[in-house]
Design a protein around this ligand. Structure first.
Ligand SMILES: [Zn+2]
Length: 215
């Protein structure tokens, strides 16, 4: 790891930090980074900013991260910028669209295993031969058939095809269902709190909000 050459002057962390902050602020006004953040998250975007600023300053991005990890104020300033980027409305919309597509894919694969009905071509085309073989075996054996789950999966697929705008909204309280929940339960009809109410399970602490956890 390089933290500037041993003979050279020590890294000017304050200047580097200010450059990082202003580069992150400038991103908010552009859209070039949004597609990347929507598909693979904010981390690669942040890493590119680190490279951009740290490279010319001849410090390694890791050294900068280590420095601000020890400095609560600096760390918080960076986290605020990253959180603000994550809340960018275009990014939020794109993430939800990507999530809907992903959920639709998952649901069709699950539907195949549950019902034996082959998924549509756009789903099948993304599955490699080994996986297809495994899925075929599971679908034909019928071992995974689940009369409770199948109608819920069919209902979610129908919703995605006919009224995609309401997919991912809680049917009971109309709140947006957390992406993390939809990734685990793509057929979810309601948010975790309403699901507990439906099942008569006592309420728990509120779900944690999604935060940028880079550090
Ligand atoms: Zn709800």
């Amino acid at each position: 790891m390089t933290t500037g050459s041993p003979e050279g002057p020590p890294p000017q962390w304050k200047d580097i930090h200010q450059s990082i902050l202003s580069t992150l602020d400038a991103l908010n006004a552009s859209t070039s980074w949004i597609a990347t953040a929507a598909t693979v998250g904010i981390e690669p975007v942040f890493e590119r900013v680190l490279q951009q600023v740290c490279g010319p300053a001849e410090v390694s991005p890791q050294a900068y991260i280590e420095h601000i990890t020890r400095d609560t104020g600096m760390r918080r300033e960076v986290q605020q910028r990253l959180s603000r980027l994550m809340e960018n409305p275009k990014l939020v919309t794109m993430r939800r669209e990507a999530q809907r597509r992903e959920a639709e894919h998952q649901l069709h694969v699950l539907h195949y295993v549950l019902s034996g009905k082959q998924p549509p071509e756009w789903v099948w085309a993304t599955i490699d031969e080994d996986q297809r073989e495994q899925l075929r075996e599971a679908a034909e054996s019928g071992e995974e058939r689940d009369d409770q789950l199948l109608p819920r999966v069919q209902r979610a697929i129908h919703k995605l095809e006919v009224t995609p705008g309401i997919y991912g909204l809680c049917e009971d309280c109309y709140a947006i269902i957390l992406l993390e929940r939809l990734q685990l339960v793509p057929w979810a009809e309601c948010c975790a709190a309403c699901q507990r109410k439906r099942e008569g399970v006592p309420d728990q602490a509120p779900e944690p909000e999604v935060r940028v956890t880079y550090f």
